[in-house]
Write a protein that binds this ligand. Structure first.
Ligand SMILES: [Zn+2]
Length: 398
């Protein structure tokens, strides 16, 4: 059981980009969570990201323009992106109005099994904006509108001393990316993207199309980061926290230990390990008010619109709590009224693959067959549910 628990912990941590991995010379997509649900198979990347070129003329689902952008509460570790209608993951689009989900691919006739499928592009850093979604792919910032038309808006040309001397393809053919590749981003404001690579950040202005010079924050890799009051706070592979002023050039170490750093309610939130127990802490931006907020939680927690989501480390019954800073609420999935679908499904033993809270409604997915966590089964995709006021609803596949 301990082994199973550790495995689950590791998988959850990997999925939620907390990172079980030790410091690595190269970015490992599987452990940074950038493409944590991708498959292991070789993927032929099609040349579909042609500038301005249409991906398809129509869509497998009803396209609909939605305006607004997802600031993801300025937390770089957030895997989901959402607007008022949809939640997007790297693989799926979830319609929170119609309670349905589909594979996030609009290629007509695609069975989502072949190399040309959109979900096999290994998109990362998805962020909703206006009528579509920004994402990173093949060292480029791309924009996909709601009709499925894809444009390349920026190509990363950053290189440093290391990449000039080494060939990443040869050194690490499995990853296919170099230490100067970009693979994550959030919105710094509604027209500026904060883009990150292994150990650097830069800003990209959507209005002018200009990028700032990359700022390398430290030698080791970025594990998590957030933006608060104009500064980037990041936790590295050694769990040290640094503060970086994007207008300046230097990074300052502000904490010896802090993992999965996120901004919420004007404070910084992070987890720390003490004698094998992981607890959640908050602090001010002067780092003079460290407060233990929650004791003994899973190392992953998530800041969402409606508060914090966290799990307790009980493999037999994984509990999900929401917390608004004062009151914590247990979302006990064994006690909610279940509306339709597969009877007897043991949610509490499965954990969640991806989850978020929007307007007091919890949305989460689990694998259909409940077997395995790390790979996406195209025949049995993640099934989505919502829980609101003690009622669970299973979404239908479009
Ligand atoms: Zn497809």
């Amino acid at each position: 059981m301990a082994k199973a628990k550790n495995l689950l912990l590791c998988i959850l941590a990997a999925i939620l980009s907390v990172g079980c991995a030790e410091s690595e010379q190269y970015v490992n997509l599987e452990t940074t969570g950038v493409n944590s649900t991708g498959t292991e198979e070789d993927i032929t990347i099609p040349q579909t990201t042609v500038e301005g070129g249409p991906q398809s003329e129509s869509s497998a689902y009803e396209p609909e323009a939605i305006s607004g952008y997802d600031d993801s509460k300025n937390n770089g570790s957030k895997q989901l992106t959402q607007n008022s209608r949809y939640i997007y993951t790297y693989l799926q689009r979830v319609d929170i109005i119609n309670h349905s989900y589909s594979t996030f691919c609009s290629i007509v006739g695609c069975d989502h099994m072949n190399g040309g499928c959109e979900v096999k592009l290994r998109r990362s850093g998805l962020r909703c904006y206006e009528n579509g979604v920004y994402y990173l792919h093949d060292d480029q910032i791309c924009y996909r509108d709601y009709m499925g038309n894809i444009s390349v808006i920026y190509t990363n040309t950053y290189s440093n001393e290391y990449t000039e001397k080494n060939d990443p393809e040869t050194d690490n053919p499995d990853s296919g990316i170099s230490p100067t590749s970009i693979y994550g981003m959030i919105f710094a404001d509604e027209h500026t993207l904060l883009v990150n690579g292994r150990n650097f950040f830069f800003l990209y202005d959507l209005n002018t199309g200009e990028a700032t010079a990359p700022i390398e924050v430290y030698q080791s890799g970025i594990s998590s980061y957030c933006l608060l009051d104009g500064k980037v706070y990041s936790s590295n592979d050694n769990a040290e926290v640094y503060s970086t002023d994007l207008a300046g050039t230097e990074s300052v170490r502000v904490l010896e230990q802090g993992r999965n750093i996120q901004a919420y309610d004007g404070r910084l939130w992070y987890s720390k390990w003490t004698e094998g127990i992981c607890s959640l802490y908050s602090n001010n931006t002067d780092f003079t008010d460290e407060t233990e907020e929650l004791y003994d939680i899973w190392p992953s927690f998530e800041v969402c619109d409606a508060g914090l989501l966290y799990l307790t480390p009980d493999y037999e019954q994984i509990k999900l709590y929401t917390w608004d800073g004062e009151d914590k609420t247990l979302v006990n999935l064994q006690e909610v009224e279940y509306q339709g679908g597969k009877e007897g499904y043991e949610y509490s033993k499965l954990g969640f693959v991806e989850y978020t809270l929007i307007d007091d409604t919890l949305y989460f997915n689990v694998l259909y067959n409940g077997v395995g966590y790390s790979s996406y089964d195209y025949e049995n995709p993640y099934v989505w549910y919502s829980v609101r006021d003690g009622v669970m609803t299973e979404f239908t596949e479009e």
